[in-house]
Design a protein around this ligand. Structure first.
Ligand code: G6P
Length: 613
């Protein structure tokens, strides 16, 4: 997501901060900005686009000073424009703030601020925090005490955030605060640093200190003080960083893909965060199609490519189940060429991590020409697809660097469930209690993914054991089928072997001829209504010599007698189970490919974003 840097010391702060931002570029961003405090006061410069745009602006703007903060923004609230770029300031320009994360109660806070006479000039949730801080700083209890004001504001915020603040009254103080997102302290001699990760400051110091949840750090030239939100000073863990820059970017993982798999609980929390409004109803701010038009939909098409297409297949199950609307899912490269029947009562949902895939973009254009409504589900705010659609729903999964998609797919799954529930709520096909109950189930998923991630040693061992095989089959039924396709695609992309995903019920009609003695077959056999039939399918392939890898729910032993290898997952509602089965499939493919000595971040012949048809 966003990158944050804070500095106070003896060096020109602008140089240190911009260099830090440059080292954080790998996190992905679409605008950047800095604030420096010096003799000329607190100065701010910010620009949409890459750091080169900021550099150009800074070339004509001297910003002397030895205290600074900086930000690379990856847009979530509001488009990536100059106006929305950080730092944000309060009404008086006395303080500047940078922020990473999502403030869930932002609409409420902003309403209150506007009622009290504050003028907000951006679409961001961050700017509201700047004005809240202005109020707290002026209030009697915290007057003039910047750290106390930040602590008081943090207590009022819901959601996840890292905040870094500078104030013109405090030439030797940078304040940082964190909840759920990363912020580390770099400890130097006569200078100290704050950053989203150690990459930003390891050219200056390798001594660092971590911060826990809801802690506030006061950074001065000569030292660092950390408190909890009640103001009590706390001890922290100091550590020495011996990673080089490349390892630091990957958080110590060998590949970005492994880091991105690990980031999935946090990514899903971002996707589902802030979606329940004050009235207890599901709200999707970015959906700008009226309730009346939503009630008029008669059918839905989902168009997507690659892994996003598999998320679309899951969307079909969710929307048909909850909304009783017919849904067709089509690969975007085929969609417009068969002249699909579209009209004003059709909703076309385009799913695309990048929002730039040419096949899907052309499908969007075709759908709009035919007067259908288009909703884009994308990870990229302001992408071509989002701009050309009637509405956009952002997955907020954070930048994905590895070519093969992992956390982007995971957040797309959360998004299709949310869109399905939203449509059901508006169309009245599910009552509010039921929508809330499904949402609550979805909200348990990040912790369950965390649990699954902790169980992956056996999967890695199995992948290494099987890595000499030159084909693997994946079987699933119902929502397990699209995940079987995704498991196979991951293995093809990363390990360059033949892998096929199939509906388990279909194998007896042909594919069973592929089964030979020792053929590895991964069976997605988590608990669901079709499971007895799936167990029969497992028996059929095992009788023909298959080496079965069975993915089963904790406590369910119906398929385990036919498992040569068993992978256990925690229980969840069967419709949501793809968000758990996806994890061992990703880990299996990555480990399988690494055991073959392959680069899993940059598989041969593949591109992250395919902008040609
Ligand atoms: C490329 C990538 C895939 C991705 C597909 C769709 O082929 O290699 O990982 O699933 O594009 O990308 P999109 O950005 O539209 O989701």
């Amino acid at each position: 997501m966003c990158g944050i840097v804070g500095y106070v010391g003896e060096q020109p702060a602008l140089d240190v901060v911009v260099e830090g931002l440059r080292r954080l570029e790998y996190r992905g961003y679409d605008s950047s900005g800095v604030a420096v405090l010096g003799d000329a006061g607190l100065q701010v410069e910010r620009r949409a686009g890459k750091l080169a745009n900021l550099d150009a602006a800074l070339a004509g703007h001297a910003m002397p000073g030895t205290l600074g903060i900086g930000h690379t923004r990856w847009a979530t609230h509001g488009a990536p424009t100059d106006r929305n770029a950080h730092p944000h300031t309060d009404c008086t320009g006395a303080l500047a703030i940078v922020h990473n994360g999502t403030i869930e109660n932002f609409a409420e806070l902003r309403d209150g601020l506007e009622r009290r006479g504050h003028e907000l000039s951006s679409d961001t949730d961050t700017e509201a925090v700047a004005h809240l801080l202005e109020e707290r700083y002026a209030q009697q209890e915290t007057q003039g005490d910047l750290a106390a004001a930040v602590r008081a504001v943090c207590a009022d915020l819901e959601g996840s955030f890292v905040l870094v603040v500078a104030h013109r009254d405090h030439p030797d103080l940078v304040i940082g605060a964190r909840r759920n997102l990363p912020l580390v302290v770099g400890l130097g001699e006569g200078e100290n640093f704050l950053a989203s990760d150690v990459t930003a400051f390891i050219s200056h110091t390798r001594e660092a200190r971590s911060l826990d949840q809801d802690q506030v750090v006061e950074l001065r030239r000569t030292g660092v003080r950390v408190t909890d939100l009640a103001g009590t000073e706390v001890d922290g863990d100091q550590f020495h960083v011996d990673w080089d820059t490349a390892a630091a970017e990957k958080g110590g993982f060998e590949y970005f893909m492994l880091k991105e798999i690990q980031e999935q609980p946090e990514a899903v929390s971002e996707t589902i965060g802030g979606r329940i409004g004050v009235d207890g109803r599901l709200t999707l701010d970015e959906l700008s199609i009226s309730d009346e038009d939503i009630r008029g939909f008669e059918k839905v098409f989902i168009v997507a490519a690659g892994s996003s297409y598999h998320s679309g297949l899951i969307g079909k199950y969710a929307i048909e189940r909850w909304c009783r609307l017919p849904v067709e899912v089509e690969m975007s490269s085929e969609f417009r060429y068969r002249d699909p029947v579209l009209d004003r009562h059709t909703l076309v949902i385009a799913i695309s991590q990048s929002g730039e895939t040419a096949d899907t973009l052309e499908a969007v254009r075709h759908a709009r020409e035919q007067r259908a409504w288009v909703l884009t589900i994308s990870n990229t705010v302001g992408s071509s697809m989002a701009r050309e659609s009637d509405a956009a729903f952002y997955t907020r999964g954070g930048p994905e660097v590895a070519v093969a998609s992992t956390k982007a797919v995971m957040t797309q799954l959360a998004a299709v469930y949310l869109v399905g529930l939203y449509l059901a709520q508006v169309r009245g096909t599910r009552d509010e209690d039921e929508v809330r109950s499904h949402f609550r189930d979805l909200a348990t998923i990040p912790a369950l993914i965390e649990d699954v991630l902790g169980r992956m040693d056996g999967v890695r061992k199995l992948a290494r054991e099987l890595s000499d095989q030159d084909r693997v089959l994946f079987l699933g039924r119902h929502v397990g089928y699209p995940m079987a396709l995704e498991g196979a695609l991951k293995l093809k992309e990363l390990a360059y072997i033949s892998a096929e995903g199939m509906p388990a019920g279909e194998i007896k009609h042909g594919p069973i001829a592929l089964i030979d003695k020792g053929t590895p077959v991964v069976v997605l056999a988590t608990r669901h209504a079709l499971q007895p039939k799936l167990v029969t399918n497992v028996q059929e392939i095992r009788a023909r010599g298959a080496r079965t890898v069975v993915i089963a729910t904790d406590g369910d032993d119906s398929a385990t007698p036919y498992a040569d290898h068993l992978i256990r997952l925690p229980d969840t509602k069967s419709l949501l189970s793809p968000m758990l089965t996806l994890v061992p499939l990703q880990v299996f493919a990555a480990e399988f490919a690494m055991a073959r000595g392959l680069d899993v971040d940059q598989p041969r012949n593949l591109a992250k974003s395919v902008t040609v048809e």
